[in-house]
Design a protein around this ligand. Structure first.
Ligand SMILES: [Ca+2]
Length: 185
């Protein structure tokens, strides 16, 4: 029952502000492991995106997960957002897409990610080394795509076929994530 409720809440997150037809490129910042509170900052486009702490997870995790999503189209777009962690340590940055019913997948492409104010454990942020350094889900695998913004390769992900890397953050130090994205064909 609890899993079902979480699923419903995740569905609502996507669908309440976006129609079913709308695709999104989504980045989660997850500080649950260290109970690191992730405070939302600013986003580059408030008309097509938003950045909020997760409301659908258990109470003690709500402030430790920040979900940022921008509407994706067939064209490459660049957007950014900022956040501030409450503790120094490791958080995870996830690249993914919108949650969909019935295990449906909306695939998104990411490329040329820039991270300011934190140290990622991999510098392969343009995916020119494929998915090297990134962690994949055990069951549903993210892929590479040759439809790239820069170079020859981009990452192709969905809600379940996500990619993540650890990020070293400092308490109170604002982090800015800038990235290119589009809807995958
Ligand atoms: Ca690239």
């Amino acid at each position: 029952m609890k899993i079902f409720m979480v699923a419903v809440a995740m569905f609502l997150f996507c669908s309440c502000l976006m129609s079913q037809e709308r695709n999104e490129a989504r980045i989660d910042i997850n500080g649950v492991q260290d109970k690191n509170e992730i405070k939302p900052g600013t986003i580059s486009n408030e008309k097509t995106g938003r950045s909020v702490n997760a409301s659908w997870v258990p109470d003690d995790q709500k402030k430790s997960i920040l979900v940022t999503a921008f509407e994706s189209t067939d064209k490459w777009q660049q957007d950014s957002f900022t956040f501030t962690p409450s503790k120094s340590g490791i958080v995870a940055i996830y690249l993914r897409g919108c949650w969909r019913e019935n295990n449906a997948h909306d695939f998104e492409l990411f490329d040329d990610i820039k991270i300011e104010g934190a140290e990622p454990t991999s510098q392969n942020l343009d995916f020119e080394k494929g998915l090297e350094g990134w962690v994949l889900d055990k069951n549903v695998k993210a892929e590479t795509s040759n439809d790239a913004h820069g170079g020859k390769t981009a990452a192709k992900v969905s809600h379940d076929a996500y990619l993540w890397i650890p990020l070293n953050v400092e308490a109170g130090q604002t982090v800015k994530i800038t990235f290119w994205y589009k809807k995958a064909k």
